[in-house]
Design a protein around this ligand. Structure first.
Ligand code: PEP
Length: 560
């Protein structure tokens, strides 16, 4: 073995030790070669239908045993397997004389091509489709479905990439860490690992060169996988880490540095259900309500009144807790387009949708869209009495920010904009002359700064918010906030990183908004470090030439 340690992008912190476990990714090729299939197209379609039922029921059964994101992923896969479009393409291919396995493969590839062309979230579904294909083939040829075998001892699952159905429903007692060669920080693997609370690395090239059964130590903070580490040293490190993680889970807030500088910790929510959960966590409000997620499958634009009902569902849990002074909810207007197509808003057939008419830009030739949404937000705010801030996504110029701010102020609400395009970071001080707050969307800011699709599985070294160029843009924005005396938050995935959080606070960031599950580790970490140490961490991160040395430098400064 050439390496003693491999590295990649850390997505879920924590240490775990165990033997490498490999997912069974392929169906036995001999069984496929020996398969003859039914003679008539009619019988072949019946065999296909039977396989679909078996695969979908398999997903459904596992969804029944899982919860949260895992259950959603499995239910979505069951729906995709039963897709009518897929069936009719298979039928067409069979009627055209193709043998069954070829008809299924070609139909799946046809849809995979369509999804890949759409990019973003749709492209992520290509993995799901191919996973479904393998499972269908396994049923047809009478082989077991591919997937993760149940290990006998706690193991580290290593794979090229994992299908959602592989990761959903994993038992965290038996699979103690996830390592993939591909997959970004927003991949299914990362989302499920976060939910299970198990350390996870993505983008570890050569991970598959480590033989199954080899003992490895995964460090989800440093981003390393040590091969055959010293056992007693590794065990002691894992035990210490487990104690620290337990202490983190007991953190109750509100957040402040060790010397008492307050930092607002807020939640990112998608709907009333996630808002209810967030309101029970130690957060001081919502820093990002992604309104577009409520309308992903809505065909016609909802009226302002219908929208008000949806928004009130998210605001209400924070009204119930209104005794907690200073709680507020930041509603983001529709960030439709690109990876989040909304039937009634998004432009079709754009050459390059990530750089196209998305977010606030949709209102340029359809101003009523924004008007009606702002009316709905205003109605929900006044019905619930919750302090409501409103921000626009994809703002590139000061004029855009100014026009937006006027419309929000007319409705008695507090206006802000997201900083996710480098131009907005560079002009942060001018933006703050026209709006009341800024919120940095590090996911898109990284994508646009590094010119790297945030979903691209081969570019994870670039789609990393620790890239020095991204950190510098965050620092420029935070500094503008300090000078203007106005709040500047971070609401992208970077806010959920307990190592980066102190550096962000040291730059002058005043709030961090994240998935509710990430709040305690971040809050606890901030409580362990002084503001001086945060400032030193910021300086060290900004001076580093690349993400790996930036992480190392911050760890050193913070004594971690
Ligand atoms: C928070 C962000 O927005 P999105 O919903 O696109 O992830 C971001 O880009 O960091």
């Amino acid at each position: 073995m050439a390496h003693t340690s491999l590295s990649g992008t850390p997505v879920v912190p924590g240490l775990a030790l165990g033997p490498v476990l490999r997912a069974r990714t392929e169906v036995d090729p001999d069984a496929i070669a020996a398969y003859e299939g039914p003679d008539s197209a009619e019988d072949a379609l019946a065999a296909f239908d039977e396989a679909v039922t078996a695969v979908a029921e398999g997903f459904g059964a596992r969804a029944g045993k899982a919860s949260g994101a895992a259950a959603e992923v499995l239910t979505a896969s069951a729906g995709l397997a039963r897709d009518k479009g897929l069936r009719s393409t298979v039928r067409k291919n069979l009627n055209g004389g193709e043998p069954l396995l070829k008809a299924v493969n070609e139909s799946v590839e046809f849809f995979a091509g369509l999804f890949a062309q759409q990019g973003g979230l749709m492209a992520e579904r290509v993995t799901d489709l191919r996973d479904i294909n393998k499972r269908l083939v396994a049923h047809l040829v009478g082989e077991p479905e591919p997937g993760v075998p149940t290990p006998e001892v706690a193991s580290v699952l290593v794979a090229e990439d994992l299908a959602p159905s592989d990761t959903a429903g994993l038992d965290p007692e038996l699979v103690v860490a996830l390592v993939t060669e591909k997959g970004g920080s927003t991949s299914h693997t990362a989302i499920i690992a976060r939910q299970l609370g198990i350390p996870c690395l993505v983008g570890v090239s050569d991970a598959l060169s480590v033989a199954p059964g080899t003992r490895v130590l995964v460090d989800g903070t440093a981003g390393t996988m040590e091969i055959e580490p010293d056992e007693s040293d590794a065990e002691a490190r894992v035990a210490r880490d487990a104690e620290e993680r337990e202490a983190l889970a007991r953190w109750t807030g509100p957040a402040a540095t060790a010397d008492g500088v307050p930092v607002k910790l807020l939640a990112n929510v998608a709907d009333a259900e996630s808002a209810r959960k967030a309101a029970e966590a130690p957060v001081e409000g919502v820093g990002l309500f992604r309104t577009e997620l409520s309308f992903l499958s809505t065909k016609d634009e909802p009226t302002a009144e219908q929208q008000a009902d949806v928004y009130a569902g998210v605001l209400t849990p924070f009204a119930a807790a209104s005794g907690d002074e200073g709680r507020y909810v930041v509603v983001r207007t529709l960030d439709a387009g690109s990876d989040k197509p909304i039937a009634y808003a998004t432009k079709d057939h754009e050459e390059n949708p990530a750089l196209g008419v998305r977010g606030l830009r949709l209102s340029f030739d359809n101003p009523g869209l924004l008007d009606r949404q702002l009316d709905g937000i205003q109605q929900a705010a006044s019905a619930t009495g919750v302090e409501t801030w409103v921000m626009a996504p994809m703002v590139a110029t000061v004029a855009e920010a100014q026009a937006f701010a006027e419309q929000v102020r007319e409705r008695g609400l507090k206006p802000g904009v997201m900083v996710e395009i480098p131009s907005a970071a560079i002009l942060a001080h001018q933006l703050l002359e026209v709006v009341d707050f800024l919120s940095i969307g590090t996911n898109d800011l990284t994508q646009y700064t590094m010119a790297a699709d945030r979903m691209a599985t081969d570019l994870t070294h670039l789609t990393d918010a620790w890239q020095p160029a991204v950190l510098h843009l965050i620092a420029i924005t935070a500094e503008a906030g300090k000078q203007a005396g106005k709040p500047v938050g971070v609401c992208g995935e970077a806010a959920a990183d307990p190592l980066l959080a102190p550096a962000l606070v040291g730059m002058g960031i005043t709030s961090l908004s994240m998935a509710t599950a990430a709040v305690r580790p971040v809050g606890a970490r901030l409580g362990q470090v002084t503001m001086d140490a945060c400032e030193d961490a910021a300086e060290a991160a900004l001076a580093a030439p690349d993400p790996t040395s930036a992480r190392e430098a911050v760890r050193k400064v913070l004594g971690l």
